[in-house]
Design a protein around this ligand. Structure first.
Ligand code: CA
Length: 229
């Protein structure tokens, strides 16, 4: 399920946004206070953030800066009318888009979908995911690679799913190990590399020169959704 974090102190806007997004099939966490936004971001691990600029605690601009230090998760700023300065500033510090209040639900949903597409995920109604040469049906644990059904061990499936869900984002070795093997895993960290190697053999046309499952030297791995074969 695609998760959206909403940070908005105006109750009427926050509640109608949450209603709209839940109805659209997103998992939503809505918070009021800017000072709680970053913690909520880390815990909820959203796929997209809707962020008001004028907030109690910490402003939307400050929150964006903090998020951008560690993540490229798409951010849409919700700006009050006639605050051109805020819009420009928001985009300069790394927000991806903005909508001006009052906005229509339809317009906002279109922006959200466009951004999620741009980050490489195509969400279909049944919770499936298509990115690069890969199609994953989460419910059925089914993977198609270039249209061919491919079965794989559970950990490989989970690793591929997590990497593709976070397409374009660098994931550290620790993040990956925590997520797939659990934070109490004290095994050999080579296990991760072995799984990546196996996935490359399945996914890449030339596993020796991976285009999708890329190593980020000294950090971890990322799934490059914009690769061309
Ligand atoms: Ca506000």
């Amino acid at each position: 399920m695609t998760r959206i974090l909403v940070v908005e102190d105006e109750e009427s806007i926050r509640e109608s946004l949450a209603f709209l997004l839940v109805k659209e099939g997103y998992e939503v966490q809505a918070i009021i206070n800017g000072s709680e936004a970053f913690e909520a971001f880390e815990k909820f691990d959203p796929d997209l953030v809707l962020l008001d600029i004028m907030l109690p605690g910490l402003s939307g601009v400050e929150i964006t800066k903090k998020i951008r230090q560690k993540s490229q998760t798409p951010i849409i700023m919700l700006t009050a009318k006639d605050t051109e300065l805020d819009k420009v500033l928001g985009l300069e510090i790394g927000a991806d888009d903005y909508v001006t209040k009052p906005f229509s639900g339809r317009e906002l949903l279109a922006r959200i979908k466009a951004l999620l597409r741009r980050t490489g995920e195509v969400i279909s109604v049944d919770g499936g995911l298509k990115v690069g040469p890969i199609e994953i049906d989460q419910d059925r644990h089914q993977v198609l690679i270039r249209g061919q059904e491919t079965s794989m061990p559970l950990k490989e499936f989970e690793l591929l799913l997590y990497l593709t869900q976070n397409s374009g984002r660098v994931l550290t070795r620790n993040q990956l190990i925590d997520r797939i093997w659990g934070s109490d895993y004290f095994g050999d960290t080579k296990t991760l590399d072995v799984h990546i190697k196996r996935l490359r053999a399945r996914v890449e046309k030339d596993p020796a020169k991976p285009k999708y499952l890329q190593t980020v030297r000294g950090v971890g791995y990322k799934f490059e959704n914009k690769a061309t074969e």
